[in-house]
Design a protein around this ligand. Structure first.
Ligand code: PGA
Length: 659
């Protein structure tokens, strides 16, 4: 499956491949980026998302508190899920799983936002918290685009680039999980590190009330228990004013009431105003009972209270009508110094500074991890590269040795005309061959072995650098009264370089024994001729499984008294007698098996090097149609050709098997 896909990618044109790469990258950036921003903004202000969930629930007629544990948990999980999916996509972690899960999530979100778009139960979906507010229409459009991109990524998950090796993905996953989880919990416990809600630090309440410019802030009100407007009293006070926000008294955390009462005492001491702000319908006496509070209480809008401080209770300090500091109930200030320090710190650190700090806190370890991973992958790559190089070198050396060995071993196609062709016909054939082979040079040595009477004339018409000349026999005597015989010396004197000895026809019809052949071989070599020495078993011997034995005896009987130097001038021809002139060829495997055996036998006698350098030809019904298969065998170095050497085109066809 994977190979098929790979093959498909291979077949793509570079332009299409590039296009696909860009499209995948774009979708990853779009979907991954959106999820990261969305998850991060929820972790940065989970209470904001809890309020959204409360609004959704209210639209369906359920009353849930944003402080309820299930709501907080759901928000936290959503933040973690979105952030992790975004990181997984961008870094190419668990691509199959990440793309499928992303598709599921975007599908669910698209369905939800379609509903919201049609029925408008809330004014905005709250995907990005208070950082970025989108209309319901914009949200739907965004989700449709994300859905299409996620769908495409599902099909192309393998094309998403991995920025971290599979082995080290766990590090990036755990760190991302810890970061987003930690940030969410931290924010729940304290306040958002970057506050994008209305009434953030720096908001000028007085100015907003006077000009009506910031609608949400301008609509702020605070009423006394008697229903009198106390808004201006808060906004116009030139000193410090502390507001304890209590949007949901039954769920408010009273664990810090001692600190709160101390702070109230400090305020009374310094003549700073201190009010509790609670929502309409809340029973403040409950808080009085639980904490012994003695501070005055005002009533305000619940959502504005939750915007003032994302804590229940939360503390907001106004100075000169401006929001200057905020605290969660879990880190209330104790002394004037604490108050001043918080005011200074919150004034100096803008929300974008806070985001930059958080980004650095997250990215720095992640980048270090990615770099380490790259080093790890790089070192592994280097190691593999090194090993691969070593193996390559070994193979190359081996090949070179083999080539060397093979090139030292001459490839030969030799023709054995036997008792065919009169002089004129023979000369004509030699001329024709010479012409053909000088025009199209062979890739191997070519030898023609002719009857004695042809030798001298043929020698004169062939180019000896292309075609070698050989006799089919020579006498076992050097010279003298041997009527009808032709000596090795005479053969040599015609210009011939080779002589065939030990052919099965001479062994069978002329009684040539191993001893006679030994004499002939010695004389031929003494006279500077190269010997093409034939060996091979008859059918009965093969059928009896004695072929190896027979061939070995033939070698031993005629050649094993030679020195290695002498033996270097012997070419062997394995010719199974049952295949000669019968049209029955030994199979390539049979030939190879015997050639390998012969080579081993030679190695045992003359050494491995001599064996490697010995040319061993195959003979017996070799034709253009089977030559290539036979010659492809590693131990078959060419052929000794009878019938097929009598026609130039057939002989040429066999010679061309080496091309
Ligand atoms: P063949 O003869 O090719 O006609 O079988 C081979 C030989 O005897 O050398």
């Amino acid at each position: 499956m994977e190979t098929q896909q790979l093959a498909k990618v291979e077949r793509l044109s570079p332009l299409r491949r590039w296009g696909r790469f860009v499209l995948v990258r774009l979708c990853v950036l779009l979907v991954g980026g959106t999820f990261i921003v969305s998850g991060f903004s929820k972790a940065l202000d989970p209470q904001g998302m809890c309020l959204k969930l409360q609004a959704y629930a209210a639209a369906w007629g359920w009353h849930v508190s944003p402080d309820a544990l299930p709501v907080r948990t759901a928000t936290g999980l959503l933040a973690i899920l979105e952030f992790l999916l975004g990181i997984y996509l961008l870094l190419g972690i668990r691509r199959y799983f990440a793309t499928r899960f992303t598709l599921l999530l975007t599908l669910a979100l698209t369905l939800l936002t379609t509903y919201i778009y049609i029925y408008s139960p809330v004014a905005d979906c709250g995907c990005f918290g208070a950082i970025l507010t989108l209309s319901n229409g914009q949200t739907l459009a965004k989700n449709v685009v994300l859905l299409l991109c996620s769908l495409y990524l599902c099909f192309r998950s393998r094309d998403i680039r991995r920025l971290i090796s599979e082995k080290n993905q766990w590090g990036a996953s755990i760190w991302s999980f810890l970061f987003v989880c930690g940030l969410t919990l931290w924010t729940y416990h304290y306040l958002p590190r970057a506050d994008f809600a209305p009434f953030s630090v720096g908001t000028d309440l007085r100015k907003a009330l006077e000009t009506g410019q910031d609608e949400q802030v301008a609509s702020f009100y605070a009423l006394t228990a008697e229903g009198e407007d106390a808004t201006l009293a808060l906004a116009t006070d030139t000193g410090r004013t502390f507001l304890l926000t209590l949007p949901d008294i039954p769920r408010a955390d009273d664990g810090n009431n001692d600190r709160l009462n101390d702070l109230h005492d400090l305020c009374a001491d310094r003549h700073w105003q201190f009010y509790a702000l609670t929502a309409e319908g809340q029973d403040f006496s409950q808080w009085n009972d639980r904490t012994g509070a003695t501070y005055p209480v005002l009533v305000a809008d619940e959502s504005q209270l939750r915007a003032l401080a994302r804590s229940n209770p939360g503390l907001v300090m106004l100075h000169d009508g401006k929001v200057v500091a905020k605290w969660s109930c879990n880190n209330l200030p104790e002394t004037e110094t604490d108050i001043a320090a918080a005011e200074k710190q919150q004034k100096e650190q803008t929300r974008w500074d806070a985001i930059k700090h958080l980004a650095t806190l997250y990215l720095l370890p992640l980048i270090i991890w990615l770099l380490l991973d790259n080093l790890y992958v790089g070192s592994r790559f280097l190691k593999h590269w090194h090993i691969r190089r070593k193996i390559k070198l070994k193979i190359q050396t081996h090949k070179t040795t083999l080539n060397k060995q093979q090139s030292m071993r001459k490839k030969i196609v030799a023709g054995n005309w036997k008792m065919n062709k009169n002089l004129q016909e023979g000369v004509a054939l030699a001329k024709e061959l010479n012409e053909v082979l000088t025009a199209d040079r062979p890739n191997c040595g070519v030898v023609i072995c002719t009857p004695f009477i042809h030798l001298a004339t043929v020698s004169g018409v062939i180019d000896h650098s292309v075609i070698g000349l050989g006799a089919e026999n020579c006498a076992n005597k050097a010279s003298g009264a041997y009527t009808g015989e032709v000596s090795a010396e005479m053969v040599k004197s015609t210009g011939a370089e080779y002589v065939i000895l030990g052919h099965s026809e001479r062994r069978a019809y002329y009684g040539e024994t191993p001893e006679i052949l030994k004499e002939k071989v010695n004389l031929a070599l003494e006279n500077g001729l190269k010997v093409i020495f034939c060996i091979g078993e008859v059918l009965e011997e093969r059928e009896a499984g004695k072929q190896n034995e027979v061939v070995k005896a033939q070698l031993e009987g005629s050649l094993f008294d030679l020195t290695a130097e002498q033996f270097a001038n012997v070419v062997l021809a394995y010719e199974p007698v049952w295949a000669i002139g019968t049209g029955k060829t030994a199979t390539a495997d049979q030939a190879e098996e015997m050639h390998a055996f012969i080579r081993t036998t030679i190695a045992e006698k003359f050494g491995a090097e001599a064996a490697e350098n010995t040319t061993i030809l195959y003979g017996g019904s070799c034709k253009p149609s089977n030559a290539r298969e036979l010659f492809a065998k590693p131990d078959v170095d060419g052929g000794l050709i009878g019938g097929a050497s009598l026609k130039a085109p057939d002989f040429k066809g066999i010679i061309d098997a080496w091309k």
